[in-house]
Design a protein. Structure first.
Length: 374
C-alpha cells in the first residue's frame, strides 16, 4: 500500500469513524481522576521516551496503563479494534502520553479535563518535519495530526520555535522541559549496566573501538531508503581487527535490512560507543550528551538539503560532514574524527540546555502532577 492510500485511510478514520466513537463514549463515561494512559501505535510496550515518566508516576503511587501496539503488523480489523478500545480509554483519561503522531488522539474535540502530553521522540531540531515537510504531512492531507497536543516537550528553549512551526502550535504548548529519556544518560549505574550487557551480548567487541552507525532514512515512511549503508559496512569489514561496528537502524528501515538488526536499542550502545556515524538523524543530539564524536556520512546531502531541508544545517553541528566513502575511510583510519570541545559545549548549550538529568521532574511539574521544587 503506498503512502497516499494510507493517508486517505487515516483521514477516513480521523475525520469520520473515530470522532463518532469518542462522542459516544464521552456521553457514557466520565473522566476518571488519576487515570493515565501511555499510548503508541508504532511499537509494543513502553518506548524509551515513556519509561522515565512511567517509572516516576509509579513511584508517586499512580497506576498508569500502557496501551501500545504496532499497527503495521495488524490486519485492518485488528487496527480498528485497537483504535476503538483506545477511544473509550481516551474519553476516561486525565492524562495521555504519546511519543509520535497518533491518529486517535487528534481525531476529536477532546474533553478539557484530559491533557495530552507529546513526549516527542527526537531531541534538538535538525531536518524539517510535520507541516514544514511535505513528506510528513502532504498538502492533500485533510486532518490535524498535532491537534489536541497540550504539552510538547523539547530539549532547549532554542528548539521551541521549530516545534511550534512543525506542529502549528501556540507558544504556550511547547515547553523546554528537556527530553525524559535523556535523564537515564546521567545515571552512572544504568550506564555501567548497559556497558556490561553490551559485552555480554557481543564478546567479540572486547578490546576494539566501537562505532555506532545509526542512520535516519530518506524519502517517506512508506518507502524509506538508507543511502550509504553498504559503504559503511564495507569500510568496517576492512577494519574489523581494530573496530566493531554496531548498525542500529531507524524502525522504518528494519524490515528492508533485516541482516543488520541488533538486539539492543540505539541508546543502549551510547555508553560503550567511541564514535557515532549518522546522516540526518536526531540521534546526534542524544549522543553529544556523552561528549563523544560524530561523523555525518551523507552522499546525498545536496539533494536532501533541497528536497527536505533543515531547520539547522549540519554545518552548525559538531562533527565532520563526509560525502565520499574514500574520505570517510581516511578519517576513520587516521583517527581524525574528534570534535573540538568548545564547539561541543556551545552546541549542547544551544540545543540541549534542558537535558540535565531532571527532565522527567520538570514534565510532571509542568502538567501539575508534581509541585515545582518537590
Amino acid at each position: 500500500m503506498d503512502k497516499k492510500t494510507k493517508d486517505y485511510m487515516k483521514m477516513l478514520m480521523q475525520r469520520g469513524i473515530l470522532p463518532m466513537l469518542y462522542k459516544h463514549y464521552e456521553k457514557n463515561t466520565e473522566v476518571k481522576k488519576g487515570k493515565i494512559l501511555f499510548a503508541d501505535s508504532n511499537e509494543k510496550g513502553l518506548s524509551s521516551e515513556m519509561k522515565p515518566v512511567y517509572m516516576a508516576l509509579k513511584k508517586l503511587g499512580y497506576r498508569p496503563e500502557v496501551y501500545t501496539g504496532d499497527i503495521r503488523k495488524m490486519k485492518p480489523a485488528m487496527v480498528f479494534r485497537f483504535m476503538k478500545t483506545f477511544m473509550k480509554k481516551y474519553a476516561e483519561a486525565e492524562y495521555v502520553f504519546i511519543t509520535n503522531y497518533f491518529v486517535p488522539v487528534s481525531s476529536c474535540d477532546k474533553r478539557k479535563e484530559t491533557k495530552v502530553i507529546q513526549l516527542w521522540h527526537a531531541a534538538g531540531a535538525l531536518k524539517k518535519m510535520g507541516y514544514d515537510a511535505s513528506d510528513d504531512i502532504p498538502e492533500y492531507y485533510k486532518g490535524e495530526p498535532s491537534k489536541n497536543f497540550d504539552v510538547v516537550t523539547v530539549s532547549s528553549p532554542y528548539c521551541r520555535q521549530f516545534f511550534q512551526s512543525a506542529f502549528r502550535l501556540k507558544e504556550e504548548n511547547v515547553k523546554a522541559t528537556g527530553i525524559a529519556r535523556t535523564d537515564f544518560y546521567f545515571n552512572k549505574r544504568m550506564n555501567d549496566k548497559k556497558i556490561e550487557n553490551f559485552y555480554f551480548r557481543y564478546p567479540k567487541a572486547k578490546g576494539k573501538k566501537i562505532c555506532l552507525y545509526a542512520p535516519s532514512f530518506s524519502g517517506n515512511a512508506t518507502d524509506p531508503e538508507c543511502t550509504g549503508i553498504e559503504e559503511i559496512v564495507d569500510i568496517f569489514n576492512s577494519m574489523q581487527d581494530e573496530w566493531f561496528l554496531c548498525v542500529s537502524l531507524h524502525p522504518h528501515l528494519r524490515k528492508f535490512y533485516p541482516e543488520y538488526n541488533m538486539c539492543l536499542k540505539t541508546e543502549d550502545i551510547f555508553p560503550v560507543a567511541d564514535l557515532l556515524i549518522t546522516d540526518y538523524s536526531s540521534v546526534v543530539f542524544d549522543f553529544s550528551l556523552y561528549d563523544k564524536p560524530t561523523l555525518f556520512y551523507v552522499p546525498d546531502y545536496d539533494d536532501y538539503k533541497k528536497e527536505r531541508g533543515f531547520y539547522n544545517d549540519l554545518e552548525t553541528l559538531p562533527g565532520k560532514i563526509v560525502k565520499d566513502s574514500n574520505e570517510l575511510y581516511d578519517i576513520i583510519s587516521t583517527g581524525k574524527y574528534n570534535t573540538d570541545a568548545e564547539k561541543m559545549n556551545a552546541f549542547k548549550e544551544k540545543y540541549l540546555s534542558s537535558c540535565d538529568g531532571h527532565a522527567t521532574r520538570r514534565i510532571l511539574e509542568e502538567i501539575g502532577i508534581l509541585q515545582e521544587g518537590k
